[in-house]
Ligand binder design. Sequence first.
Ligand code: ME8
Length: 516
Amino acid sequence: MSETYYITTAISYPNGKPHIGHAYELIATDAMARFQRKDGKDVFFLTGTDEHGIKMLQTARKEGISARELADRNAAEFQRMAQVLNASNDDFIRTTEERHIRSSQAIWKAMEANGDIYKGGYAGWYSVRDEAYYGEEETEVRPDNVRYGPQGTPVEWVEEESYFFRLSAYQDRLLALYEQNPGFIGPAEKRNEIMSFVKSGLKDLSVSRTTFDWGIPVPGDEKHVMYVWVDALTNYITAAGYPDLQASRWKYWPADAHIIGKDITRFHTIYWPAFLMSAVVPLPKRVFSHGFLFNRGEKMSKSVGNVVDPFSLVEAYGLDQVRYFLLREVPFGQDGNYSHEAIVNRTNADLANDLGNLAQRSLSMIAKNCEGRVPTPGDLKPEDQAILAQANAALATARQAMAEQATHHALAAIFAVVADANRYFAGQEPWALKKTDPARMESVLYTTAETIRRVAILCTPFMPDSADKLLDLLDIPADKRVFAEVGDHGSLRAGTPLPQPQGVFPRYVEPEAKQA
Ligand code: ME8
């Protein structure tokens, strides 16, 4: 039986349409899921929507519809986005589903049974936007006379009866967790930040609300609904079958990686492991916080309004171009910018010029000069062997990088092979060899096509459709498009007939230039 690998995105708030930040997270997580599948693992990849909480209720009220209608309408948009982005998620969870209500109530009862839930009164500075209470010292009154919380959102004084989770009791166990499992939080800077926050002391957490009812009822006290983050975080075990530990999917838990944005790191690295420890459920292996994407350095968000819609981005540049750009250009874990120029430069240079042209030129030569069949190589020279070995080494580098969610490093290693393969091809001048040494020409064309095969397999997690088109041109069967086939033993067989070559990566041309 193959090793399992469970990876998740955050679940998005469907109080608006999906934006580029959501697309970014989904694309990155999809590439990671696909990468592990290509490496032979039994992968479970989860995404979904976080449908409860006061924010949903407020937006719904503003629009004159019910929270459920709002959730239904926008959850459909998130599902459509997953399709348009070619996400390979195995499930899409909605927190309003019956299975999730059952699971959230079960984890609540488990935490209660462990003595970690008690009733009290709560008064504090509450941010509606963050759905979080903050200590007075975390807030500040700005010149506009409004008090703001640490995320820069307005806070108000709220008093209510509330259940509490004994988070303070978990401080030492959490610190031990971070100490003993340095990989639990990535990137490393985030780990340091969280450790010093936890060291500064944890307060018990208010985990129920009575001021509204759009949430999961607290078992045994139905005038309370659960604080949305208790319900939201639980999605990750719901999808694995919790509380049914005999469920066929329970084998996937604990998750190998939760991929989330930096603004929700505390929820995932402090609350979530504490809830799980309390409920006696194993902890996820890793939480990785990626950065925020900005449009030319400007912050995008639903409330700010300068949202760039992922659907139009894909329409303008092409899906695999957008996927490649986001995963290659921005170091995963850091904030990044994108702009029209950056997308066009990056994809024209790397995809159209480097990979696209190399494939087009070499495969056209094969079509013309080798009767459209895989050429027959003679003894390979050191320079031929070097480029093939570099492709094999890129797999090792990519594996290492993807284990740390460094998609940009993985792609850099793969595209370094492409750049060197172009130099190799230009340096060997197969068009000149055609007259002087046709046998050597065949070796060079073979080596180039074989390098493209390896690179294309390595590209499948990142640009699934385009990589498959390249592999179609090399007549590689579907079951051979896996990492185990990258090395020499999977090499192209001389004499195999190949289809007519076709361009795979069109150049982006400005619409004005097209008309002219
Ligand atoms: O936070 N760039 O939902 P959400 C990159 N429901 N990532 C971004 C981003 C940007 N500009 N804006 C948002 C929630 N994100 C909760 C999660 S998980 C149990 C509950 C990321 O719709 C954000 O950091 O506000 C988060 O990981 C994801 O998009 C969903 O954000």
